[in-house]
Design a protein around this ligand. Sequence first.
Ligand SMILES: O=C(O)CCC(=O)C(=O)O
Length: 390
Amino acid sequence: MKQDTRKSIEACAARYGEQADAMRNYLLEGEKQAYALDNRGPIRFDANGDLAQDILDAYSRYGFYVFTDVLQEDELEDIKQDLEAMRKTFPAEPFGKLTTDGKPALGADCQSLNLIWAKPLGDPLGGTDLANGRHQIKLYEPEADSDAPKDVPFVLMGSLQFSDACLRAYAHPELLKVAEAVNGKDFAPFHESLFIKDPGIGAAVSWHQDGNTHWDSNDFDEGIHGFNFMAQVYGSTAVNGVWVLPGSHKLGKIDITKLVEESGSERIEGTVPLVCNPGDVVICNRQLVHGSFPNSGFEPRVTVNFGFHRRSSVLGVMGAGMHSQAEVYDAALIAKRSQVLGYAIEARKQRYPAEEAYRYQPFVESHQTFTWDETAKTSLKDYNLHDLSI
Ligand SMILES: O=C(O)CCC(=O)C(=O)O
């Protein structure tokens, strides 16, 4: 069932001043085009247990596919409860160490950067050198209401150490079968985060492509920088969701400034939003041109984001130093970083004992086994210092 987003589209358009009509038309038209694409439906396997070929073909054609109804009600409820609990422990101010009631804040004792803040309805990355300057243009920043908070939560990195429910979603057996079909049985982890876009205040992520390391590689192809799963807790709309330029993952590094010039505005022609219901999970190629506008509508969006790479894309590669310090990813480091998946699979087994658990080929080959308990949970602290950032 499609979400009714008309009120949010109107509210969003109203914040764009003389561009209001253009924004409204863009949102409405993009939503229509998104639903017209043939890249949406449940995860399906063929008689051999392989991911259906038409899904792989559509993913290759467009660079994304919307898997519907992947996370069920109980799993979404667990994630929402964790989100609520985490938010109570957010620091009282950006990068602070204490909560508003003076307790140690989430991640206060971590070495790695976790919670990133932004100004309400801002675009903190666009037109800056952050993330190797990949967000080439600054998006329009609508004025937030006068009672909006000064800073709003934006992205939480290393999220699996803070939420058991997100950790369990990371080990969803059907999603991991998809990862295997796209990146091979020895697929490697990338990075996990939450994108938080609260209604009326959530910040933008300007247009960009994610890859960094392999654009000029002799082996360059559409899958070399991996993909992200984007699991939607509350759904995702034209107003609050990520927009993508279908097919752009095949084109190499794109001059986004030029695209914007050619489109006559930041509303890049041919782009569509990732429209999802709660529980849907998008597989999104990291090379796609994508971005999200400030959330000036009424629906919240929280994306549980987790990505995977081909092993050949990371093994022996010098990292980009964007999600973690720059280092060479040797087999031992990849094995260490993959342990999170071992714990996630065990954590999921405890919550869903009747479900057939995913068997990760590298663990089978190395006879590695894992136990999910308090010691394991403690060991996840700062696991993201070694995200495989390419
Ligand atoms: O969720 C968003 O708004 C942006 C996501 C994104 O840019 C990414 O996952 O690379």
